[in-house]
Design a protein around this ligand. Structure first.
Ligand SMILES: Cc1cc2nc3c(=O)[nH]c(=O)nc-3n(C[C@H](O)[C@H](O)[C@H](O)COP(=O)(O)OP(=O)(O)OC[C@H]3O[C@@H](n4cnc5c(N)ncnc54)[C@H](O)[C@@H]3O)c2cc1C
Length: 297
C-alpha cells in the first residue's frame, strides 16, 4: 500500500483510523481488520477522497452500513471508505417532493423524515438496515416494491469524473443496478405528497410484518437471490435449516439467512454458502446466486 498521508489534508482526524476493527461495521459481526478506514459524510469529501486515491492508483472498498457484505478475509489491506451522514433535503414540486440524499444516509433516517414531511412511497423500506447508496446499488426491495420505483436520479463517480443519470438509465433489475463499478454519491427520490398519519400507519404495518418474519441474530439478510421459487423454500427442502460450520448457522427461522452464532468467521460463512449451493443444485438443478457481496482482501 502506498503512503496515504495526503488523506489528512482532506478528512478531519476523527474520520481517519488505522487497523480498524470492523466487527461493528458489518451486521453479521464478522471479525475483520482494515488497514486504513476513512469515514466520509458529505459529497465533497467523498469525491475528493476517491479521486485522490484513484490518482495514486490505490484500491478502495466502499462500505455503507455493512448489511449486505461478508468479510471473507480477516484483514483488508485496501482502504475502506465508510459512508455515513445525515444530509436529506426536501424540494416541494407540484405533485410531490424531490428528496435529495447523500449516499451515506441510513435508509431508516430517510423513511422517518418522509413520515414527518408527508412524503409517501418509501414506507415499504422501513427496517432495511442499509444506507441509501447501498440500497440503490442493490436495488433493495421489500413487499413488492424496490428502490427502482422511487429513484428519480443518481449522481455517481466513475473513471475520475462525476455523472448523473435518470432512473431509466440506472439498469435496475431484481437486486441489481448498473452501479457495480461506480461510487454512488447522491440519490434523488421522487415521492408524492401523502397524508402524514396514513404514511405513519402504513410504515408501522410494514415494520410489524417485517418483525414477524425476521430471523433472529446477527446476519446480512437474505444470502441468495430468489429465482422462480424463493431461495428460502429451496434451501429448506434440502433439510439444511439449523446446519452449521463453526458458528455460522443456517437460521432455523428463515433458511435463506445465515446467522453468526457467536464467533463465526467469513470463511465459515462462505463454506456454508457453498454447501447450500451444492445441495440445492443437486436436488433442484438450480444455481443459487448470492445476493450478499463477498469482500476479500
Ligand atoms: C436484517 C436485515 C434485513 C434486510 N432486509 C432487506 C430487505 O428487505 N430487502 C433488501 O433488498 N435487502 C435487505 N437487506 C440487505 C441490505 O440491508 C440491503 O442490501 C442494503 O441496501 C445494503 O446497504 P448497505 O449500506 O448496508 O450496503 P453495504 O452492505 O455496506 O454494501 C453492499 C454493497 O454495496 C456497495 N456500496 C455501498 N454503498 C455504496 C455506494 N455509495 N456506492 C457504491 N457502492 C456502494 C458495497 O461496496 C457493497 O458491495 C437486509 C439486511 C439485513 C441485515
Amino acid at each position: 500500500m502506498k503512503n496515504l498521508d495526503f488523506i489528512h489534508k482532506i478528512l478531519p482526524e476523527d474520520n481517519i483510523s488505522s487497523d480498524q476493527e470492523l466487527t461493528n461495521f458489518n451486521t453479521m459481526h464478522l471479525p475483520c481488520v482494515a488497514k486504513h478506514f476513512f469515514t466520509v459524510n458529505n459529497d465533497k469529501m467523498l469525491i475528493k477522497t476517491i479521486s485522490l486515491l484513484d490518482a495514486v492508483k490505490e484500491n478502495y472498498i466502499i462500505l455503507g452500513n455493512g448489511s449486505n457484505v461478508i468479510f471473507k478475509s480477516k484483514f483488508i489491506d485496501k482502504a475502506i471508505i465508510h459512508l455515513s451522514g445525515e444530509d436529506i433535503r426536501f424540494f416541494p414540486k407540484t405533485d410531490g417532493y424531490l428528496v435529495s440524499v447523500f449516499a451515506g444516509v441510513p435508509l431508516s433516517k430517510v423513511v422517518h423524515k418522509c413520515i414527518k414531511m408527508g412524503a409517501s412511497g418509501l414506507e415499504w423500506a422501513v427496517g432495511i438496515p442499509g444506507t441509501i447508496g447501498g440500497a440503490v446499488l442493490m436495488n433493495a426491495g421489500a413487499n413488492s416494491s424496490s428502490m427502482s420505483s422511487v429513484v428519480h436520479k443518481v449522481t455517481y463517480y466513475k473513471d475520475l469524473s462525476v455523472h448523473t443519470v435518470l432512473n431509466k438509465d440506472c439498469g435496475f433489475e431484481y437486486r441489481k443496478s448498473n452501479f457495480g463499478d461506480c461510487v454512488i454519491i447522491r440519490v434523488v427520490l421522487f415521492l408524492p405528497y401523502g397524508n402524514v398519519s396514513t404514511i405513519k400507519q402504513k410504515t408501522e404495518e410494514f415494520l410489524a410484518l417485517r418483525r414477524s418474519k425476521s430471523a433472529k441474530g446477527y446476519s446480512a439478510g437474505s444470502v441468495f437471490k430468489n429465482q422462480d421459487k424463493p431461495a428460502g423454500y429451496l434451501i429448506e427442502q434440502t433439510g439444511l435449516k439449523g446446519f452449521s460450520f463453526g458458528d455460522a448457522l443456517v437460521s432455523n427461522e428463515h433458511a435463506n439467512v445465515i446467522v453468526n452464532n457467536g464467533q463465526a468467521t467469513g470463511k465459515e460463512v462462505c463454506k456454508l454458502m457453498k454447501v447450500i449451493q451444492k445441495k440445492v443444485y443437486k436436488k433442484f438443478k438450480v444455481r443459487l446466486e448470492p445476493e450478499v457481496k463477498i469482500i476479500e482482501n
